[in-house]
Design a protein around this ligand. Sequence first.
Ligand SMILES: Cc1cc2nc3c(=O)[nH]c(=O)nc-3n(C[C@H](O)[C@H](O)[C@H](O)COP(=O)(O)O)c2cc1C
Length: 230
Amino acid sequence: MARVLLGVTGSVAALRTPMLFEALGEAGHAVKVVATTAATYFFDPAALRRQPPLPTEPPEQPEWLRSPVFVDDDEWPRRADGERYRRGDPVLHIELRKWADLLLIAPLDANTLAKLAVGLCDNCLSCIWRAWDTSRPVVLAPAMNTLMWQHPLTKRHLRALAADAGAGHIPGHLADEALLQQINERSPTLRIVGPITKTLACGDTGLGAMAEVTDIVAAVQTLLTQLHAG
Ligand SMILES: Cc1cc2nc3c(=O)[nH]c(=O)nc-3n(C[C@H](O)[C@H](O)[C@H](O)COP(=O)(O)O)c2cc1C
C-alpha cells in the first residue's frame, strides 16, 4: 500500500479519472487527486468528493486534508469571498507533497509536461512537482494529439525530466519507444507509461492517447515493488 497522489491535467483522457482513482484504490493504495483547472472540464471533482474517507488516514490528520480530491481553488481558501491569507493557514501543495509516497500524473498533457521540465509552478500540481522529493517515485502517463507528441519539444521535455530523475544523459536522436525504454531502464524513480495509438478526440488516428488504466496501475505496482526490493 502506498499513498498515491494522482495529478490530472487538461486532456480528454481526464474523463477516465474516476476509473483510475477506483483502480488504484482496488490495488490497495490510498489515493488523493490534484486536478488542474483545465482537467475539471473533463471530470467532476464533486463525484470523487462523495467517496468515503480513506480508511488508512491517520486520526491526527486535519479534517481539510481528508478530502480525496483537490482543485486549484483549494490552494487559496476564502479568496472567492474577498478574504486574504491568514497566518497559520495550511499551504496545500506542501502538505500534499509531504503526504504522498508516489506521484502519478495521468493524463499528463503537453502544457504541464513543459512546465515540469522547466520548473514553472503556477498551480497546485506544478507547485507539488517543484517541491517534490526527487528520491520518491513518479509515474507519468502523457496524453496529447499525435502532432503535439511528435513535436521535438516533447522529447526535449521528457529528456530533461529524465536527467533530473537520475537517468543521466539520454541521446536526443532516439525514436519514441527507445527513448521511453532508456528513461525507464536508467532512472531509479521515474517511469513513463507511453501513449498508445487510437482514434483521438479530435478525430485523428495516431499515437498520443493515454495508456490503458490497467497498464498505468501496473506501472505503479512494478515501480513500488522494484523500490521495495532495492
Ligand atoms: C477538448 C480539449 C481537449 C484537449 N486535449 C488535450 C490533450 O489530450 N493533451 C494535451 O496536451 N492538451 C489537450 N488540450 C489542451 C489543454 O487542455 C491546454 O493546453 C490546457 O491549458 C492545459 O492546462 P493544464 O496543463 O493546466 O491542465 C485539450 C484542450 C481541449 C479544449
